[in-house]
Write a protein that binds this ligand. Structure first.
Ligand SMILES: NC(=O)c1ccc[n+]([C@@H]2O[C@H](COP(=O)([O-])OP(=O)(O)OC[C@H]3O[C@@H](n4cnc5c(N)ncnc54)[C@H](OP(=O)(O)O)[C@@H]3O)[C@@H](O)[C@H]2O)c1
Length: 243
């Protein structure tokens, strides 16, 4: 009998993360719903279960060492293996974020959640991932983290709003992804960054023109890469995103 694949999605109580959890659950996987708020987490778990997903709640604040360590312990107690980690939890840090006037708390919040949070969670989960036959790590990034795209046009309608916290945090997340891929190149772990496109979620006041389900597709694709697939890359539905 083949073992059930086990995934953890951070920030899975709503938006793109919820849809990634739903999509992985639809494959028959067991999905940990990582979320910091008890009520929102349990509501998401219930909704996923009602849809037939084998979902379980994982209390998780990615900015908190103790919370992340407790999440790793919970997975350890549930069987001690993790096949797929989707680092999806993310924040803008609060807008506006013009470099010359930014509240430094915005920068700290974005970096603490979108970059340090990913490193914190990944390192806590690596011992569990190393016990998987085909471990995958997906970092949900953004095309606004692409320096190539940011410098392609000064027009905010093309490249998104000026942001000295959110966009650079995603640029750094991409760079962090590359460094993990370098260190893990001799292992079976594939780690990639995914760009969901502009999706209507709380993050942007529901202004995005794609659905969260559409945004989840690249996360699901990178979570289900075959052995020998790419690592250290940055992808969207249409293919490679330029750094
Ligand atoms: N929407 C877009 O157009 C878009 C475009 C490019 C990239 N992305 C990226 O896609 C990912 C998902 O975004 P989304 O649009 O689905 O946003 P969202 O609806 O605002 O969801 C963000 C999720 O992250 C969670 N989260 C935030 N801080 C956390 C923390 N410290 N610990 C644990 N969970 C935390 C939130 O939980 P709470 O409910 O507790 O706040 C929520 O579940 C993010 O990384 C985002 O940067 C989104």
């Amino acid at each position: 009998m083949t073992e059930q694949t086990i995934a953890l999605v951070t920030g899975a109580n709503k938006g793109i993360g919820y849809e990634i959890a739903a999509g992985l659950g639809a494959l028959g996987w067991s999905v940990g719903v990582g979320a910091r708020d008890d009520e929102r987490r349990e509501a998401a778990v219930e909704k996923l279960r009602a849809a037939g997903v084998d979902a379980f709640g994982v209390p998780l604040d990615v900015t908190d060492d103790a919370s992340v360590a407790a999440a790793a312990r919970l997975l350890e107690e549930r069987g001690g293996r993790l096949d797929v980690l989707v680092n999806n939890a993310g924040v803008t840090g609060g807008m506006p974020q013009h470099p010359t006037t930014v509240d430094l708390r915005s920068v700290r919040t974005a970096v603490e959640t979108n970059v340090i949070g990913v490193i914190r969670v990944t390192n806590a989960m690596l011992p569990l991932l190393r016990r998987s036959a085909s471990p995958r790590i997906v970092n949900m990034s953004s095309s606004v983290g692409s320096l190539t795209r940011q410098t392609a046009s000064p027009d905010e309608r093309v490249t998104g709003p000026i942001s000295v916290a959110y966009s650079p945090s995603k640029t750094m997340l991409n760079a962090v992804t590359v460094q993990y891929a370098k260190e893990l190149r001799d292992t079976n772990i594939l780690i990639n960054a995914g760009c969901p496109g502009y999706c209507a979620t709380d993050l942007n006041g529901f202004r995005g023109f794609r659905t969260p389900e559409q945004g989840a597709a690249i996360g699901i694709q990178l979570a289900t890469l075959p052995d020998g697939g790419p690592t250290g890359g940055f992808f969207e539905d249409a293919g490679v995103v330029p750094w």
